[in-house]
Design a protein around this ligand. Structure first.
Ligand code: CP
Length: 314
């Protein structure tokens, strides 16, 4: 998989995931040095092609590329020729003609990174597409769980919130089930896809039941921008029923950790107190995002270049 890009966790097997996590653990050590830079990707070019807003993913891909000494270009759709009606595919092919070594794509429509990958020479990394997948988020979540718990195998991971509209949920379901965890999902009926159990998870309409004995409780952002129609109870009702707070957390394991991919709607998915304090590991997730994305860039853009021939040398 690492030759052609990273479009989703669905495409990976356990060995791929373990390779990425092992590489990320080495990359994390670089971020802990005084000088947080290695020459690994010197001479390589990474293009960040974000058609949807982002703080964590875009910034961490940029920092990751720079820590590996790559040249990182942040493409800005609003000031590009997209505003002159150039299509996304023509834009991507134009950028590909400048010979980048990897292109990172986020788009609000599921399938756009794959569509772009089909046209490009450069490997494409999906940085989140609609409600489809967000593979690097799931990998950094997995990295954080393995750091905190020593493993994923055998753990119980409860994901609560808008499962139907969440690319984070989908990628995490693939990632944690492939690594041997029991995954439970919980949310209002309108936020649970009808066929969710076909992904190998257990679905619950009650957070109290879903959280019982859990090692990891992952709250998802309520994605107001992806909701159409009134499928959500009021915010107050949502928080009372599915918001994670210390009272509900008592039913999880004593050493359970609380995760959230961000950005958090404070007081909705998580109580204010849990957003800022242990056992929440939200900022550990963010920190690991840089190391994890360094690993993905290294594995994709760090491939050996063909050696110049003698003629080219002369
Ligand atoms: N978790 C996540 O994808 O956050 P951003 O939208 O800030 O990148």
């Amino acid at each position: 998989m690492m030759g052609r890009g990273l479009l989703g966790i669905e495409d990976l097997d356990r060995d791929d995931i373990e390779l990425i996590l092992e590489t990320a653990a080495h990359m994390k050590e670089v971020g802990e040095r005084d000088v947080k830079k290695v020459p690994t990707l010197r001479g390589r070019t990474i293009i960040n092609l974000f058609f949807e807003s982002s703080t964590r993913t875009r910034t961490s891909f940029e920092i990751a590329g720079k820590r590996l000494s790559a040249d990182v270009v942040n493409f800005s759709p609003s000031s590009s020729s997209l505003s002159k009606s150039e299509s996304i595919i023509d834009t991507a092919k134009t950028l590909d003609a400048m010979d980048p070594d990897a292109v990172v794509v986020r788009h609000k429509v599921a399938g756009v990174p794959k569509r772009i990958a089909d046209e490009l020479e450069a490997p494409v990394i999906n940085a989140g597409d609609g409600a489809h997948e967000h593979p690097t988020q799931a990998l950094l979540d997995l990295m954080t769980v393995v750091e905190k718990k020593g493993r994923a195998d055998g753990l119980t991971v409860t994901i609560v919130g808008d499962i139907a509209h969440s690319r984070v949920a989908r990628s995490n379901i693939y990632a944690f089930t492939k690594m041997g965890a029991e995954v439970r999902v919980a949310g209002p009926p309108t936020m649970l896809p009808a066929n969710v159990e076909s992904l190998g998870v257990k679905a619950f309409g009650s957070l109290r039941e879903a959280i019982d004995g859990a090692d990891v409780v992952m709250a998802l952002r309520i994605q107001r921008e992806r909701l159409s129609g009134a499928i959500m109870p009021s915010v107050r009702e949502y928080h009372a029923t599915f918001g994670v707070d210390r009272a509900k957390l008592r039913f999880a394991k004593e050493d359970a950790i609380v995760m959230h991919p961000g950005p958090v709607n404070r007081g909705v998915e998580l109580s204010h107190d849990l957003t800022d304090h242990r056992p929440s590991v939200i900022l550990d997730q963010v920190r690991n995002g840089v190391a994890l994305r360094m690993a993905v860039l290294y594995l994709l853009a760090g491939r050996p270049q063909p050696r110049p021939t003698e003629e080219e040398d002369s």
